[in-house]
Write a protein that binds this ligand. Structure first.
Ligand SMILES: Cc1cc2nc3c(=O)[nH]c(=O)nc-3n(C[C@H](O)[C@H](O)[C@H](O)COP(=O)(O)OP(=O)(O)OC[C@H]3O[C@@H](n4cnc5c(N)ncnc54)[C@H](O)[C@@H]3O)c2cc1C
Length: 485
């Protein structure tokens, strides 16, 4: 269905329990600190707009009567044309947020398309969730739902599996505490859930391998945030910032929260893996889900770098420093990195892979999308560093507010400090406030952290690169130089 922002806001105005410090928030859509639900609402409106609709929606061949268009991100790609088409969808929303909304609804929708393409991964020795997956995917597609996920387990003692962690019985990991014919009751805690407070449903699972003794924690399910027994504990909010002084904080704080569950009921039809350690983490890697999400991630990342490179150029121009050779060199490096980021996304599409199985689908190249994580985590801090270098000390002299330029007592002094040969003083301060928001506010720092961790910790993804199957091929190539005539 074509979902409007209003429909989305109405549907998340439910009884979900969200804590912000000492405050139990009544409704996420009516609380100032969480007003960024509006950012997601405007994405739905953008997609619903007749001018852009074809980028986001298509009517499937097997649609009912009357035929309902479906959000394309949920659809497994059948060929490279559809993959390129998905690129346009991801890119359109990334442009709207300049890459500062990591979890636009297409991110996990793309992951669901990867699940749907590999239903056999959802059948284990004692639990067959293939039909659950099928109906879950259909429900999400038909209602165009915004899904978030929490997949990280807390580590208290790294030498022990989850089941042997101190306090494991009470509040670490998420496990089924009892079963009935209708479903399971779950309790426990999960790490960061980005945009969970704004989502229609949350997928709870484990992406990292589980110890064979962790059967109780080996489960994946999908839950509505308003389910009794579910609580979300938010980090501090950045969205109360003044839009003039911190435009990105005010517009694009997507929120992160801890998920806490106590005796929350999950019907069987919402369970995707159960008491099986192998399939619980395996569904993220043996299906195209991760590569499909990484597709969005790689597009968002190059859009963000293009924005930052453009911002850097505006700063250099306003500082009148473009003619300095070192400055030009640094700027050139940023433009080059932005181009490389785009090339990774395009290269992954060009070298796409066909996932085998009954629902054969095309996915971006796994090696390229996995490698993108290293590139993103290492390059993002360089952009932040260069932006600071281009600005110099001016960044720290920013007035409290742009309206200070109008104050009779200090306005003229501020103007004479901020004016350059190239730029009006107020516009220059406005520009540098934007840079400060990227580099130095809580919002900016959170983004630097996001780019380094949201795709996993380095020791995990670097290790994965050695396991992803290319090392032997590379060694064979190197060995050729050792062969005698
Ligand atoms: C902004 C943000 C948003 C996120 N959003 C989500 C989300 O929506 N959903 C979700 O499921 N997750 C999310 N995450 C969580 C993210 O996936 C995890 O932070 C990431 O997987 C790393 O796990 P961890 O935090 O438990 O790190 P840990 O495993 O605790 O690792 C932390 C650090 O400890 C050290 N370390 C630990 N073990 C080793 C080892 N064996 N070898 C070497 N060094 C080691 C390393 O320095 C490592 O960087 C988000 C994270 C951030 C920062």
């Amino acid at each position: 269905m074509i979902r409007t922002g209003r429909q989305y806001l109405d549907e998340i105005s439910d009884d979900r329990v969200v804590w912000l410090g000492a405050e139990k928030v009544g409704s996420v859509t009516r609380t100032k600190a969480f007003r960024r639900a509006l950012a997601f609402a405007s994405l739905y409106d953008q997609a619903a707009d007749a001018q852009h609709r074809d980028i986001f929606y298509a009517t499937p061949a097997d649609a009912g009567v009357p035929p309902e268009p479906e959000f394309k991100a949920f659809r497994p790609c059948r060929n490279s044309e559809e993959l390129a088409d998905k690129h346009l969808l991801h890119a359109a929303w990334c442009e709207t947020s300049f890459g500062f909304l990591g979890r636009t609804p297409d991110y996990i929708a793309a992951g669901m398309s990867g699940f749907a393409a590999a239903p056999d991964a959802f059948r284990s020795e004692h639990f067959d969730a293939r039909s659950n997956l099928q109906s879950m995917h259909r429900r999400m597609r038909e209602r165009n739902l915004f899904i978030s996920f929490t997949l990280t387990n807390i580590k208290r003692d790294r030498s022990k599996p989850l089941s042997e962690q101190p306090g494991a019985e009470t509040n670490i990991g998420v496990r089924a505490v009892r079963e009935t014919d209708a479903g399971i009751f779950v309790s426990g805690v999960k790490g960061v859930g980005t945009a969970a407070i704004y989502s229609d449903e949350i997928i709870v699972g484990s992406i990292e391998p589980l110890h064979p003794s962790d059967k109780a924690y080996a489960l994946t399910f999908c839950v509505r945030p308003a389910t009794p027994g579910v609580r979300l504990i938010s980090r501090t909010s950045y969205s109360t910032a003044n839009v003039e002084d911190a435009p990105l904080s005010a517009a694009f704080d997507e929120n992160d929260a801890i998920l806490v569950m106590k005796d929350a009921f999950v019907p069987w039809e919402r369970v995707l893996t159960y008491r099986d350690t192998r399939s619980t983490s395996g569904i993220w890697w043996s299906t195209p889900a991760y590569a499909c999400m990484a597709h969005q991630a790689s597009i968002r990342f190059y859009k963000k770098l293009e924005f930052l490179a453009g911002l850097a150029y505006l700063v250099v121009r306003s500082n009148d420093s473009l003619s300095v050779p070192e400055v030009r060199g640094s700027l050139g490096r940023l433009v080059g990195y932005a181009q490389l980021a785009k090339s990774i996304a395009l290269g992954a599409e060009r070298d796409h892979e066909r996932h085998p199985g009954e629902t054969s689908c095309v996915t971006p190249n796994r090696h390229a999308t996995y490698a993108q994580r290293i590139f993103a985590a290492e390059v993002y801090p360089k952009f932040i560093h260069e932006l600071r270098m281009f600005c110099g000390g001016s960044l720290i002299n920013l007035p409290v507010s742009l309206s200070d330029f109008e104050l009779p007592e200090i306005g003229d002094a501020l103007k004479s400090y901020w004016v350059t040969r190239e730029t009006d003083p107020i516009e220059r301060a406005r520009l540098l406030k934007l840079v400060w928001d990227v580099t130095s506010t809580e919002f900016g720092a959170r983004h630097a952290h996001y780019e380094q961790f949201y795709q996993g910790a380095p020791h995990v993804y670097l290790g994965q690169m050695t396991e992803a199957g290319r090392l032997e091929e590379l060694a064979r190539f190197a060995n050729k130089a050792l062969k005698k005539e």
